[in-house]
Write a protein that binds this ligand. Structure first.
Ligand code: DAT
Ligand code: MG
Length: 143
């Protein structure tokens, strides 16, 4: 079934010049980018996006990191796009992410307060719907 997922290239990916490499992996896998925007995120948006982690010790550092520079936000579409992108991204912790994945091949973060793991991808259809509306309100007229 065709799905849509929110993908973010986080500030570390933009700073390191990996936008093209990451987009290329998404496209080579057969997923389609149907909206794309580079932008500096407000703290309030990041806090809402990561609300499920508000009580974790890494929450403050995570918001600091996610607002430390621009991100590239994308709507990515395709069959099982949510799981397919999560598999492409690899495990959350860059130390554990397998070779062949975006995080496993490209993240050089081996232990910071907020893991700088290059990309975000929605983790379920419910998360995708919530996150896509948060980042691309204009794409969904009528809310
Ligand atoms: P994911 O991004 O793989 O969905 P998540 O939702 O559990 O992972 O966490 C969101 C982000 O928070 C993650 O990309 C990096 C950061 N993070 C998660 N667990 C962490 C930890 N134990 N220490 C530092 N940062 C962490
Ligand atoms: Mg998550």
């Amino acid at each position: 079934m065709s799905e849509r997922t929110l993908v973010l290239i986080k500030p570390d990916g933009v700073r390191r010049g990996l936008i093209g490499e990451i987009i290329s992996r998404i496209e080579r896998k057969g997923l389609r980018i149907i909206a794309l925007e580079m932008r500096q995120l407000e703290r309030s948006l990041v806090e809402e996006h990561y609300a499920e982690h508000a009580d974790k010790p890494f929450f403050g550092p995570l918001v600091d990191f996610m607002t430390s520079g621009p991100v590239v936000a994308m709507i990515v579409e395709g069959p099982q796009a949510i799981s397919v992108f999560r598999t492409l991204a690899g495990a959350t912790d860059p130390v554990k992410a397998a070779p062949g994945t975006i995080r496993g091949d490209l993240s050089t973060d081996f232990g910071t307060a907020a893991q700088q793991n290059l990309v975000h991808g929605s983790d379920s259809p419910e998360s995708a719907a919530r996150e896509l509306k948060l980042f691309f309100p204009g794409f969904f007229p009528g809310g």
